[in-house]
Ligand binder design. Structure first.
Ligand code: KG4
Ligand code: ZN
Length: 336
């Protein structure tokens, strides 16, 4: 059983995690979210600088929690893309330095595969076939999965414009709610009526691609007209997003006769999404797997979890020539 250290620095969270045999040994997380809040979004240079300050303290904390020394580490996994270029560079430089100094194999991991693997830490190995709905700040995709460490990942559909999390963040700004938008919109929504406004459900019944920019514009028009019931707008917007995501995900499972659906990424922390997905999956006879909220948003454990699967599968490690790719397409869990 390999002990794998994972490092995540693709956006505004500095995450270090230690995983062995699909189990969590230790983790640490630092966030520069508060420093970005007044700009209404992540400022890449601030994020990169914060990673530089937080990485070594996080590494120490995670290793202390896991009760491991450098000699106990069998492999190092790091997010090599996608993400903010400067932020990714900090994590990759740290991972390469450790791999070189400790003489350990290094794996470059695709950030979105990390979101999927996070669920295995809670719910165990993936079945032979599953479908994953990835909903994060930068991506929205429906994926057909086999063996995460060995098989290519097929895209059933992707967003044509905004990602689901991005739509939450933009709508939060329109409504004068805080950043990040997901938590603030969903908090406001608890006081509102989800049926108050019939916001559009784009591309329903048109395959598995998504589009959220029209929904965002519809919210903007609504606000411009002077209708300012924030809880009702937040609840109705959230309902539209959740309705589209869950309908398409369940339809994809039924069409492809796949009985396991994973919902992962930051937006999977959304309570209403979890609730509607649970009801619709139960009605369709689909097993639903959603990681606990702390494993939905970015963290180091999810990257260590991919490294653990790669090491277990005997995947050849990357060379020290491994580079970052801020717009890496998801075709495999491993980046070379
Ligand atoms: O996966 P993640 O932590 O980072 C990326 O890889 O992008 O996702 C961050 C996104 C943000 O857009 C944030 O607003 C959204 O996830 N998010 C939520 C919730 N918590 C975070 N969206 C809806 N409801 C939430 N509770
Ligand atoms: Zn993410």
């Amino acid at each position: 059983m390999a002990v794998v250290l994972g490092i995540e620095t693709s956006c505004d969270e500095t995450g270090v995690g230690v995983v062995a045999g699909g189990r969590v040994l230790g983790a640490a997380l630092a966030s520069s979210m508060d420093e970005h809040a007044r700009f209404g979004g992540v400022v890449p240079e601030i994020a990169a600088r914060a990673h530089l300050e937080s990485l070594v303290p996080c590494l120490r904390t995670a290793m202390e929690q896991a009760k491991i020394e450098p000699g106990d580490v069998d492999a190092i996994a790091v997010t090599s893309g996608p993400g903010l270029a400067g932020a990714l560079q900090i994590g990759l430089a740290a991972a390469k330095s450790l791999a070189l100094a400790w003489n350990k194999p290094l794996y470059g991991v695709h950030h979105l595969a990390g979101h999927v693997a996070a669920d295995t830490l809670e719910h165990g190995p993936l079945p032979e076939r599953s479908i994953a709905l990835i909903v994060s700040g930068g991506h929205t995709s429906l994926l057909m999965l086999g063996d995460l460490a060995r098989d290519p990942i097929a895209h059933l559909g992707d967003t044509r414009d905004d990602a689901a999390g991005e739509a939450f963040d933009k709508v939060a700004r329109l409504l004068g709610l805080g950043y990040p938008g997901g938590p603030s919109v969903s908090r406001a929504a608890t006081e509102g009526d989800p049926a108050a406004i019939a916001f559009p459900r784009a591309m329903l019944g048109q395959g598995y691609h998504f589009s959220f920019s029209g929904l965002k514009t519809a919210v903007a028009r609504h606000v411009e007209r002077g209708e300012r019931n924030v809880p009702d707008i937040a609840a109705s917007f959230q309902e539209a997003v959740v309705d589209i995501l869950t309908r398409k995900a369940v339809a994809a499972c039924l069409e492809h006769d796949v009985r396991t659906l994973l919902i992962v990424g930051g937006v999977a922390a959304n309570a209403r999404l979890r609730e509607v997905a649970a009801a619709r999956c139960a009605a369709a006879g689909i097993a639903l797997r959603v990681p606990p909220p702390a494993l939905c948003t970015d963290n180091g454990l999810m990257i260590a979890a991919v490294g653990d699967l790669l090491a277990e599968a005997g995947h050849p490690p990357a060379t020290l020539g491994l580079s970052t790719d801020s717009s890496a397409l998801l075709t495999r869990a491993v980046c070379v």
